[in-house]
Design a protein around this ligand. Structure first.
Ligand SMILES: [Fe+2]
Length: 361
């Protein structure tokens, strides 16, 4: 991500906030006085708790679009990266100010179950979105002074449109916590990755976390840490323990094992196989049913594979989830189970055979 130095906005941008995420520089928050003015504007529209309807969220964005004095002097237009600034956050709703330049867009994403609204305050945006029912993609322009609203299942890609800069105001309820990004494929929109939110429209923008949000995140982390029972293992310890009992099988060794009767079991979800591709001959077994298919005592087992003397090589995308899965198989008696070190990515990088995803099952 390219980064530009955030210059101080107007008199309202008075307080620097903490270090932002990787690749981001310190930005500037909104002064307490300005926050208070924004909260007053939203009084009556934003309750202290609860979920706001899309119509109510649109009332929020419309109310702020009409109050240029609350945000116009804060905007930084940057041709290289999208810029954003948190304007307001409560338990029920968060509100963001975004700036857009020619060629900038959000990529396809959802809002982690939040409803939302955005309104163009200046310039013009274009929204592509998936219809509520079916796979059909639609498109609508959002010109200055107009806004749209959507429910929790909405998936869209918002882009700058027309000439000149654009500015928009976005509101979400409940406040954004995570968003999933999608890839457009021949199978429709396929989930690609889920990211924790550090800014409006995900981590793609610039401007950094808002102070209140950063404080809340730090408090939540401390709470989680304090609540851990004694002796609880972290994921790194869990992985190290699992790998301690497993053979590291690199792709070339795995290929040799396959020709010698081993079975390669692909536990990646369909979305990942569509995006990344498949290994010809791999047996696809979802991670959620893996033990039931391979336990020799299970009624749902695959007899040819559920054998204590069988050699199972579990494959995921990068060789992490497969480690835990292989360790689980060992615990149910498949003592020769192991994992593909580096996963599908390492297999592909080694130049071994792959193909586009074939199976929708
Ligand atoms: Fe969005």
């Amino acid at each position: 991500m390219s980064v530009a130095v955030v210059t101080r906005g107007g008199s309202a941008a008075e307080e620097p906030f903490g270090q932002t995420g990787a690749g981001l520089r310190r930005g500037w928050g909104v002064s307490p006085g300005r926050r208070q003015a924004i909260a007053c504007t939203l009084q009556g529209l934003v309750p202290g708790a609860g979920r706001l309807s899309p119509a109510r969220l649109q009332a929020v964005t419309s109310a702020l679009v009409a109050r240029r004095d609350l945000w116009a002097d804060l905007i930084v237009h940057d041709p290289d990266v999208r810029w954003y600034l948190p304007l307001h956050r409560s338990n029920s709703c968060d509100v963001w100010l975004l700036a857009w330049e020619c060629g900038q867009d959000t990529d396809w994403h959802d809002h982690g179950g939040s409803s939302g609204s955005f309104a163009a305050a200046e310039g013009c945006l274009v929204e592509q979105y998936r219809a509520a029912s079916g796979w059909r993609l639609s498109r609508r322009q959002v010109v200055a002074g107009r806004g749209v609203a959507f429910g929790p299942g909405h998936v869209h890609n918002v882009a700058h449109s027309g000439s000149g800069s654009a500015t928009s105001i976005h509101a979400y309820s409940p406040p954004l916590l995570a968003m999933t990004y999608y890839q457009v494929t021949g199978y429709g929109l396929i989930a690609r990755e889920t990211v924790a939110i550090e800014g409006a429209e995900g981590a793609r923008g610039r401007g950094g976390a808002e102070t209140a949000l950063a404080d809340a995140t730090a408090a939540a982390a401390e709470l989680s840490s304090n609540a851990l029972p004694g002796g609880a293992q972290g994921i790194d310890e869990l992985l190290a323990e699992a790998r301690g009992g497993l053979e590291r099988m690199r792709p070339d060794a795995a290929l040799a094992a396959l020709t010698d009767g081993a079975a390669l079991v692909d536990i990646r979800p369909l979305e990942q196989r569509i995006v990344e591709g498949e290994v010809p001959g791999a047996i696809i077994i979802g991670r959620n049913v893996l033990e039931w298919r391979l336990d020799p005592r299970s009624d749902a087992r695959i007899p040819a594979l559920a054998r204590t003397d069988g050699r199972i090589i579990v494959m995921c995308s990068e060789g992490f989830a497969s480690t835990l899965a292989a360790a689980s198989l060992r615990r149910i008696g498949l003592h020769r189970a192991t994992y593909l070190d580096g996963g599908f990515q390492a297999w592909k990088a080694a130049g071994l055979p792959t193909r586009p995803a074939q199976s929708l099952g």
